[in-house]
Design a protein around this ligand. Structure first.
Ligand code: HEM
Length: 499
């Protein structure tokens, strides 16, 4: 029996999640107990000795494998310690596996051991596997996107922990500690957005990798995180988040004020929300311009698709609206502003803009969705910026925003615009990069899983999120309705945006 690799399968816990007297790992699945699938995966991966950690009650249920008894269920560390005596004499590595992961494959166990040995590490943790849907992408890009993804995980957990402190700490913390918890939530939330955007930016403008024979042979994770698109994309998306939520909240309060709610609460909340949303909405077109100029430089075929530009041209026009017709190689029904695109993309009246015709047809993204999404995003962004400017003007003149019925109506109308523009923006970025998943290095067709039947989880998750979305909207609507029924309180107190 080879002594250089052993496995400990943890099956000593109570495993109560199935809400039955039988521990979870002993539940049958496709003709075997869950834990038996794990034992089999370990054997098939070439593990010489498999030690199952069982409780005193279940030890007798394991035939043909070594069993170590964990006398009291004191957690994972204690369970592994229980197997120590049984592992005496093992010279090499020990893989610790949970007994309730029946989908574990021998290939994954083997790959984990290989990666551990190649790295010469003292210990290796298999934390989560993104390779299920995108095995080709993770195999190719894992070494470089792993660092920002892990940092995103840290930021996310910090946010989750402090959100708990914030929500449950209203009456338990000092005002200062409570405020501090809120600040940590905001900062770590933004940080997790920035880290995940670094990954997306790397997919658009990959840097920090040395390639040989179609695979990455050397990696500089810091250079990968600071790819050319990192700053413009992070800025654009963080502004999008503040503009969308700020103006959506302002829109709800504006709507309530228009319906006759007179409470000071709505007036104050409107101003607070505008302080968040309006500056972001005003800055968004500028940040969009920075993004577009970078796209012109680094992803010219994406720019040509989003602008509906077929011919390579000096003094190219800016197209407003229109429908790209690939067969006729033209964008129909668009309003053209002469020289507009050259001016915006390169800040030069007669700059040359590369058209789609300059690239092989196989490298074109789907044209209509990219062009139309881009037009909608920009139109909504301009509308949001104009309404934000109007509110800023009224506030600057020390007028009461809550007393401007037309402005209140405009704020209510633009309330959903930010969320729609954000969705459109992601369609532009992701469809616009096709057929590449990592621009110029890895095609989407080589990255996606060959697994069949994915329509089932896609449909289930889509329905789940639709239901969750509907519940959130219903809850928020109920909360908003409640505020209308409360007594007038400090209504009528004047409040201007600048106050
Ligand atoms: C007002 C003028 C706007 C312009 C000129 C503009 C420009 C752009 C460009 C060129 C991209 C593609 C970047 C790439 O693929 O590398 C993009 C993406 C995006 N846009 Fe806009 N945009 C504008 C407004 C907005 C607004 C109002 C929102 C949402 C509130 C928004 C949300 C997004 C998002 C979420 C992305 C994808 C992620 C990212 O690149 O950060 N955009 N935008």
């Amino acid at each position: 029996m080879p002594n250089d690799l052993a496995a400990v399968v943890l099956a000593g816990g109570l495993g109560t999640r199935m809400k039955s007297a039988l521990p979870k790992h002993l539940h049958p699945l496709l003709g075997r107990r869950m834990v038996d699938w794990v034992i089999r995966a370990a054997h098939d991966a070439g593990v010489g000795r498999v030690v199952v950690v069982a409780s005193p009650d279940t030890a007798a249920l394991f035939d043909g494998v070594e069993v170590a008894v964990q006398l009291t269920p004191l957690g994972t560390g204690d369970a592994v310690r229980s197997a120590r005596a049984a592992l005496d004499g093992v010279q090499g590595d020990v893989v610790v596996l949970n007994g309730d992961v029946p989908a574990l494959t021998p290939e994954l166990v083997h790959a984990l051991v290989e990666a551990h040995r190649a790295a010469g590490a003292a210990g290796t943790v298999l934390s989560f596997e993104l390779g299920l849907l995108w095995p080709g992408f993770m195999k190719f890009a894992g070494p470089i996107v792993g660092v920002p993804f892990s940092l995103e995980g840290f930021a996310f957990f910090t946010e989750a922990i402090f959100l708990g402190v914030y929500l449950y700490g209203w009456d338990r913390l000092s005002r200062r500690a409570h405020l501090l918890a809120g600040i940590v939530v905001a900062v770590s939330g933004a940080a997790s957005a920035v880290f995940v955007l670094m990954v997306n930016a790397w997919m658009n403008t990959p840097t920090g990798v040395t390639m040989a024979g179609g695979t990455i042979v050397a990696v500089d994770p810091v250079a990968g995180m600071l790819s050319p698109a990192a700053f413009p994309q992070a800025l654009h998306m963080v502004l999008a988040a503040y503009a969308s939520t700020g103006l959506a909240v302002a829109g709800v309060h504006a709507w309530m004020l228009r319906r006759g709610a007179t409470r000071g609460f709505h007036r104050r909340a409107l101003i607070v929300a505008l302080w968040v949303g309006a500056p972001a909405a005003l800055l968004q077109p500028l940040s969009g311009d920075i993004s577009a100029r970078l796209v012109a430089k680094t992803q010219p075929v994406k720019l040509a698709a989003l602008e509906g530009q077929f011919a390579t041209e000096r003094g190219a026009p800016l197209r407003i609206g229109g429908w790209p017709d690939a067969r006729a190689a033209t964008t129909r029904y668009a309003l053209e502003i002469p020289h507009g695109l050259s001016l915006l993309a390169y800040h030069e009246w007669n700059a040359e803009v590369k058209g789609l015709a300059a690239f092989p047809r196989s490298d074109w993204p789907p044209l209509a969705p990219v062009h139309v999404s881009f037009q909608i995003m920009v139109a909504l962004g301009m509308a949001m910026a104009l309404v934000a400017l109007w509110a800023a003007w009224v506030g600057w003149r020390k007028r009461e925003i809550a007393e401007q019925p037309r402005l209140l109506r405009a704020l209510a109308v633009v309330a959903p615009f930010g969320f729609i523009a954000t969705e459109m923006g992601w369609l532009v970025t992701e469809i616009g990069r096709q057929p590449w998943v990592v621009q110029g290095l890895l095609r989407t067709s080589d990255a996606v899983t060959p697994m069949p039947g994915l329509i089932v989880p896609l449909t289930v998750f889509t329905l789940l999120y639709l239901v969750l979305g509907a519940v959130v909207v219903a809850l928020i609507a109920a909360m908003v309705r409640d505020t209308a029924d409360e007594p007038a309180g400090d209504a009528g107190e004047p409040l201007a945006a600048g106050a």
